[in-house]
Design a protein around this ligand. Structure first.
Ligand SMILES: NC(=O)NCCC[C@H](N)C(=O)O
Length: 402
């Protein structure tokens, strides 16, 4: 890793001033969602796509207005697909899908090889429905329904947080747990491996390792990671990530934080995000019940503590007297509703400046009462995928925390 690379890609905290972020403007892949497939594709409703795009554009604009450089997955992917090697890898991965079989696999390969980078990027993201591929006549093709997908769409790509996470100057390409999202990390991997902007960057984690999703990884302070383990990141994933970051000298402590294995709390960032160097906003029912195992490196192995209250373990690892929690003080029903709508899923643009969905009126009011400036964005359509501003953003460059 060169020094130049470190100046354009480096994240050591949740709250240092955000300089560069990776987003995905939702598009044709959202138009694939129907009541028949939305559960499998992990959306809770069918979004109004045009409005979702407007909401997303406003999110991006709010970031640009604060001096943040916004990169888009589609553009980076198109650039990367200019290279033969990238195209080969992308197509090989699609064709290796055992659901296609040999004959249809060959047809799909030919179809993809004929596409220019722009169309190929579109197909890799939006997928390919049976009725769009006119060329297949073999058994698999004929046995499929015309509405089946030959290449699955990736509506979850909207949530760029999950498929990769920067830890210091290295990127952890995620190993996504849900089948509907696995190809997202292939696309992230292709971008980081082949886009000239990332030349020299070495991944510290990869999609073939145990499940780890970026929404579970919080950079509490330089050298201290909290990693949720529940529906997505597995215990083995936390253990592997800890080994990788210790070996690469990217962290000295990893807190493994068990979270409920439920959709409402699919990632740690659905219940806890940081809004200042020493302050988190947390879903009240878990604020004082979450625990953490403190993991450190010891003689080439891992030392693991007994579980302790998360807030205490985090403060100790961060060298703080205590980690402040914004007491949203909400009644349980409002708290539950706003947590479901990603009220606790804020994106810090700088210490005490955070983006949040406007609909979470009470949580936002409490954030402001605690001195946090809230940049409100609308998320009625974006939120149908069950993710908020933090989920929709992958920071690539942040200043060191103040
Ligand atoms: N970090 C996050 O909480 N990401 C939101 C992911 C939502 C997506 N529909 C999923 O279920 O994976």
């Amino acid at each position: 890793m060169t020094e130049t690379t470190e100046r354009t890609h480096r994240v050591t905290s949740e709250v240092g001033r955000l300089r560069t972020v990776l987003l995905h403007r939702p598009g044709a892949e959202l138009k694939r969602l129907t009541p028949r497939n939305s559960d499998q594709l992990l959306f809770d409703a069918i979004p109004w796509v045009g409005r979702a795009q407007e909401e997303h554009d406003a999110f991006a604009e709010a970031l640009r207005e604060r001096g943040v450089e916004v990169l888009y997955v589609t553009e980076l992917l198109q650039d990367a697909l200019e290279y033969e090697e990238t195209r080969d890898e992308a197509i090989a991965e699609i064709v290796a899908d055992p659901r296609l079989g040999d004959q249809l696999g060959r047809v799909v390969e030919g179809y993809l090889r004929d596409q220019d980078p722009e169309h190929l990027a579109h197909t890799l993201i939006a997928g390919l429905a049976h009725e769009e591929l006119k060329a297949g006549h073999g058994l698999v093709y004929r046995l499929m329904d015309r509405l089946d997908f030959i290449i699955d769409p990736l509506p979850g790509l909207l949530f760029t947080r999950d498929s990769s996470a920067w830890i210091g100057g290295r990127v952890a390409v995620a190993s996504l747990a849900m089948p509907a999202r696995r190809r997202e990390s292939t696309l992230a991997g292709l971008i980081y491996a082949h886009h000239p902007r990332f030349s020299g960057v070495r991944p510290v984690y990869g999609p073939s390792l145990e499940s780890v999703e970026g929404g579970d990884v919080l950079l509490l302070s330089p050298g201290v990671l909290a990693v949720g383990t529940g529906e997505r990141t597995t215990p083995a994933g936390v253990e592997r990530l800890a080994r990788q970051v210790f070996e690469a000298n990217l962290a000295h402590t990893v807190l493994a934080v068990p979270i409920a294995q439920e959709r409402a709390t699919m990632h740690l960032d659905t219940v806890c995000t940081m809004v200042d160097v020493d302050t988190v906003v947390m879903y009240p029912p878990v604020a004082h019940s979450l625990t953490a195992y403190t993991v450190t490196a010891a003689n080439g192995d891992l030392a693991v503590s007994e579980p302790r209250p998360f807030l205490k373990a985090a403060a100790d690892a961060m060298g703080l007297d205590h980690l402040k929690v914004i007491d949203t003080g909400l009644d349980p029903v409002t708290a539950e509703r706003e947590q479901w709508d990603d009220g606790n899923n804020t994106l810090a643009v700088a210490p005490r400046l955070a983006v949040a969905y406007e609909r979470n009126i009470e949580t936002n009011a409490q954030l402001e009462a605690a001195g946090i400036e809230v940049i409100r964005i609308s998320g009625s359509e974006l939120g149908t995928g069950r993710g908020g501003p933090r989920c929709m953003s992958c920071p690539i460059l942040r200043d060191p925390p103040a």
